[in-house]
Design a protein around this ligand. Structure first.
Ligand code: TRP
Length: 472
């Protein structure tokens, strides 16, 4: 093993990198965001577009990020400074940091739900666990409540939302403080296979439901009548979001790789794992729904699954296991987001690691508060604008701007950087050091970076500008 001459950490093994990168990619994006976005965008056609975006654009950007990171051995801003000194390309890095901060702020809120649901599953009620926070709505007792009333009451409780946001950001900070290898690698290796097993079980449960066939039809049959430009905007955004692309997270993970590592194959594995888990989440949810979700908001997966758990034998045990795994899947994702911001503060602003974690973690938790209050807690934050007749809150807005638009813009910046500044020749050599066969892919890869991705992102921006659908 190469000894890191620059004092930065390195992955203990190739499988260590794959597991950690897959841990970043696999998270609420797959299990929470993918099903509800699919539900809101007409089902099968959206899934097809998402898959096309993943294969033809996502994978190409994945390789680009990993290559930039490993070549520069630095966090995003530093990487662009190192490979293109004195140029404006570092703005792509800064954009990534801002995007990461924006995503983590609301992602932390949803991640907090997983902890809340975990505690509810274990105790049936939060009143007994956290007695100082009184839930005045009688519906918040899980045993006696309909799952959707329960969700509504839970997310509208401002104190609980802030509490769980803070808890989750605290957990994230603890892991990031543990350093790259120790903290991240260990956790993911054990738990990802478990999550897979759990999903298989829940898919079987779904297939046994009465409306399973109708649900599968909605999920898998592309109904192109329902496709609009926005379907594409969401599909591309979902591909980037789910793969943790467009803001330098994968770039940062690549920077911990060794020159001898096979970056090309590792990238493919991460894309496959991530996409399979997202598709599985769909197979878990849509057979139960039997068609388009009636109220397809961000609560979808939480509501549908709690209903299932309530009806199952030993459902609370299943719920405890499921929400623990989901919480940990979310944790490995929040860790990767906070890692980017932290490594920026450490590498570029020369902060000490503990101070950097403390500053970024608390800052982002504070930024998450408006999102935490935007599912009923505070009226105006919960109803900022209307989309397709449904009120959208601050969290929805953050999710659209940071988790869709700015990721796409960041990905465009990364593609253009490779094509125009770093030059594909150098990028290909960087990848080929550990994977000589990659040279054969040069034309396809360059077309994806120079044509497909720019066309897609510029098309998306143009569409939003022209139709005025800027608020998603
Ligand atoms: N991909 C993660 C998920 O699906 C979320 C995530 C982690 C992310 N790091 C990211 C999204 C960086 C965009 C960019 O849950």
């Amino acid at each position: 093993m190469e000894s890191p001459s620059n004092g930065r950490g390195q992955w203990g093994s190739r499988i260590g990198f794959i597991m950690a990168a897959a841990g970043s990619a696999i998270g609420l994006g797959n299990i929470w965001r993918f099903p509800y976005t699919t539900g809101q965008n007409g089902g099968g056609a959206f899934v097809l577009l998402y898959l096309l975006c993943t294969v033809f654009i996502g994978l190409a950007v994945m390789w680009a990020e990993l290559a930039i990171g490993r070549a520069a051995q630095r966090s995003p801003v530093g990487a662009f400074k190192a490979l293109a000194p004195g140029s404006a390309w570092k703005l792509v890095g800064y954009l990534g940091i801002i995007t990461g901060i924006g995503i983590l702020s609301y992602y932390g809120v949803v991640a907090g739900w997983t902890v809340g649901y975990l505690i509810y599953s274990a105790s049936g009620s939060l009143d007994t666990v956290i007695p100082t926070i009184h839930l005045t709505d009688p519906a918040v007792h899980m045993e006696s409540a309909h799952a959707s009333n329960f969700f509504g009451a839970f997310v509208a409780n401002s104190k609980l939302q802030i509490l769980f946001l803070v808890v989750f950001m605290g957990l994230t900070m603890v892991v990031v403080l543990g350093g790259v290898r120790k903290g991240i690698e260990r956790l993911t290796k054990i738990l990802m296979p478990l999550l897979l097993v759990m999903l298989v079980g829940l898919i079987i449960n779904g297939m046994l439901q009465p409306k399973a066939m109708a649900g599968l039809r909605f999920y898998l049959w592309p109904d192109f009548d329902k496709v609009t430009g926005m379907t594409f905007v969401y599909a591309l955004g979902q591909a980037f979001f789910s793969l943790s692309l467009g803001m330098g997270a994968m770039l940062t993970y690549g920077s911990y790789m060794r020159k001898s590592d096979n970056l090309a194959t590792s990238g493919i594995y991460v894309v496959i794992f991530d996409t399979v888990i997202a598709l599985m989440a769909g197979f878990m949810i849509f057979p139960i729904l039997g068609g388009a979700p009636t109220s397809a908001g961000p609560g979808l997966v939480f509501v549908v699954l709690t209903q299932q758990f309530q009806a199952m034998p030993a459902g609370n045990i299943v719920a405890i296991i499921f929400f623990s795994l989901l919480a940990i899947a979310a944790l490995t994702s929040t860790v990767s987001l906070l890692e980017v911001v932290t490594s920026f503060l450490v590498d570029d602003l020369k902060m000490k690691r503990p101070g950097a974690v403390l500053l970024s973690g608390t800052g982002i938790a504070l930024l998450g508060i408006p999102s935490a209050l935007s599912l009923g807690g505070v009226k105006w934050l919960s109803n900022l604008y209307t989309l397709d007749g449904k009120g959208q809150g601050f969290l929805d807005l953050m999710n659209f701007i940071f988790g869709n638009v700015l990721l796409a813009v960041g990905a465009l910046g990364i593609c253009l950087f490779v094509v125009l500044r770093w030059k594909p020749k150098n990028a290909i050599e960087e990848i080929a050091t550990g994977a000589p066969w990659f040279r054969k892919l040069r034309t396809v890869w360059v077309v994806a970076l120079a044509v497909l991705c720019p066309l897609a992102v510029l098309g998306l921006l143009a569409y939003m500008a022209i139709t005025g659908k800027a608020l998603g």
